[in-house]
Write a protein that binds this ligand. Sequence first.
Ligand code: GRF
Length: 206
Amino acid sequence: MTPRLAVGVLASGRGSNLQALLDACGTPSYPARIVVVISDREHAPALDLARAAHIEALWINPKDFADRESFSLALVRELQARKVGLVCQAGFMRILSAGYVQAFAGRALNIHPSLLPAFPGLHPQRQALDHGVRVSGATVHFVEEGVDSGPIVLQESVPVEPGDTEATLSARILVAEHRLYPEAVRLFAEGRLEIVGRRVRIKESR
Ligand code: GRF
């Protein structure tokens, strides 16, 4: 049996995507396992979810560091110390430095609740409603230096209904997110993702 891929998760808030990953990791034959969950917020519910799953939960306080670079490099040190082969940003609300992006180039994923490249940044569901789009969705992409940019791994669309509010649209997108992220991590762990320029090629399973 091949060893399961060690994954580190970065999360600032509720942690529903973390929970989706934890649930996937709990199924037999899933090729990844979460070894640490790191948050920039001491009381992030995501840390409680990690503890409940008996996974190391680590708070790294940004205020302990002079700048973004040193905070980001502290994260890198903690992830590397645990021999993490993939980092999943799951609602992590801080922009990380170039040093982090380089340390995990091609080995860091993010999930965003829009069909990128539409509506990067904050409040993507509100942006979608403001623009009157008829479909939105979720995207899993590799992390690069730009905000919510980087080669796209998987996307799933959801309809935008006429009566939608930010809350109802977010909830519909979240259901898609919870399918997409575990699937993207599976593909990565199976060695089936190849970055070609700004695109991701998904190799057939063997
Ligand atoms: C999700 O919508 C994710 O796409 C975005 O932040 C939200 C985090 O939700 N980046 P949760 O903490 O995973 O529940």
